[in-house]
Design a protein around this ligand. Structure first.
Ligand code: HAM
Length: 420
């Protein structure tokens, strides 16, 4: 679990801000659900035989003897909220997004944490391929806006209640032929939830999974048509993708379309999947809600931020002005001036400890301020001062009344986050 300190948090804020703004354009409203839910919610949705529920949940008993879990993902809590607030009775089509911490007891390595953060979106009420493509398009556009171009979209279809059992039977037949070579967990999965063998991390299990039958060859006609239409619409939006029948996803609730966004940058190592999602047409009903189809995605914010930090972009806004005090009698006036300029929208640094002019200038250097203004008796009496550009160049004379305006003019052409 990581602390995110100033200096780093700006990358996070940039991604969050960009996503909020973009998702709003698609009509998605933000939903905030609690961090803790009944354990049963995840067992019934993500699935008992998944690694997430079987091995990775932070589960505890509260003082009332209830079994609660820190949420390992956002889809089940959102579905619970959708049902609890009878949203389906109020509107036929609902678009939600969320961002926040999730918890999984995983083995820590780069890009894989025990408290991590997701940005996710869920759309309820449309079974149409256009809805699948809308949510994928949102991710594609977000990655583009973030400047992350080296990410590939992999898509698959897991079929529905008609054709999945047919595939499952073929898969079991294949796996039975290798039963004794499977790990102990997968030997159990083979009987209870054979699809989960396909995402086991054990090396031998993976080799056996690689040789398993292709799920796309088992799709029934409606699922095949749905998947073909998803691809046609992706093509219409000129979104590049790879059809990858190995995209099973590690959660049980999916039907039909599944997808993953996989980055190629080495900084992520084996944690290269920056996002995943898919359709889950049966989940809302199985949790006691109406028969409402749904599709959505979750993006790993930690991983996106790791990639962005590698991109060399700068995210911290710079300080516009450092105000230094020339003599003790000017300390109050400088303090008041700093507050007034901040109110006018400037990013202003001021050393509340006072000290020598030399030490204040050192501090000005450290803050990376673009201009410095020294305030002393003379400046106070004349109402005039100098804006000194820290990057070099001639000082700019300024009336103390018009600092904000002059500073904006002096730095026009140089982008200033606080002045924009
Ligand atoms: P997921 O594939 O389990 O899907 O997680 C989505 C993303 O969260 C992953 O692609 C990864 O980037 C990030 N992630 C997962 N675990 C960790 C971790 N331990 N450390 C860092 N990042 C991690 C879901 O959670 C589904 N709820 C997505 C979804 C939404 N499907 C439909 N709607």
């Amino acid at each position: 679990m990581n602390d995110i300190l100033p200096g780093e948090v700006e990358v996070w804020q940039f991604v969050e801000r960009t996503a909020r703004e973009l998702f709003g354009r698609y009509g998605y409203g933000e939903v905030r659900t609690p961090t803790v839910e009944d354990t049963a919610l995840f067992v019934r949705s993500v699935g008992e035989e998944t690694d997430i529920v079987g091995k990775e949940m932070y589960t505890f008993e509260d003082k009332g003897g209830r079994s609660l879990s820190l949420r390992p993902e956002g889809t089940a809590p959102a579905a619970r909220a959708y049902i609890e607030h009878s949203i389906g009775n109020q509107e036929p089509l609902t678009r939600w997004f969320y961002m926040g911490p999730m918890f999984r007891y995983e083995r820590m390595k780069t890009g894989r944490y025990r408290q991590f953060h997701q940005i996710g979106a869920e759309a309820y009420g449309s079974k149409e391929p256009a809805q699948d493509v809308e949510v994928m398009d949102m991710v594609v556009r977000l990655l583009l806006k973030l400047g992350l171009t080296d990410v590939s979209l992999n898509i698959n279809s897991l079929g529905d209640e008609q054709c999945r059992p047919v595939y499952q039977a073929r898969l079991v037949e294949h796996l039975r032929g290798h039963a004794s070579e499977l790990c102990a967990d997968c030997q159990k999965r083979l009987e209870r939830n054979p699809l989960r063998v396909l995402d086991c991390k054990n090396e031998r299990c993976q080799q056996i999974a690689n040789a398993a039958p292709n799920i796309l060859e088992s799709l029934c006609e409606p699922c095949r048509a749905h998947f073909a239409e998803v691809q046609r619409k992706l093509n219409a939006l000129e979104i590049k993708y790879v059809v990858n029948p190995r995209i099973m996803r590690g959660l049980d609730y999916y039907t039909r379309t599944t997808f993953e966004f996989i980055a190629s940058h080495p900084v992520l190592g084996t944690a290269s999947t920056v996002g995943g999602g898919g359709r889950y047409d049966k989940l809302v009903k199985s949790l006691g809600g109406p028969d409402v189809p749904a599709v959505g995605f979750g993006l790993g914010l930690d991983r996106l931020c790791l990639l962005l930090k590698e991109s060399g972009q700068r995210f911290s806004p710079s300080t516009d002005l450092f105000i230094a005090v020339a003599d003790e009698g000017s300390a109050d006036a400088a303090f008041v001036l700093a507050s007034k300029l901040r109110h006018e929208g400037l990013r202003v640094e001021f050393d509340t400890r006072g000290g020598s002019l030399k030490s204040q200038m050192k501090r000005a250097d450290k803050t990376g301020a673009r201009f410095t203004l020294v305030l002393g008796q003379q400046e106070r009496e004349s109402g005039q001062a100098q804006l000194k550009p820290m990057a070099g160049g001639d000082p700019v004379p300024v009336s103390l009344e018009h600092i904000a305006r002059t500073l904006r003019e002096a730095s026009s052409g140089v982008s200033s986050p606080s002045a924009s």
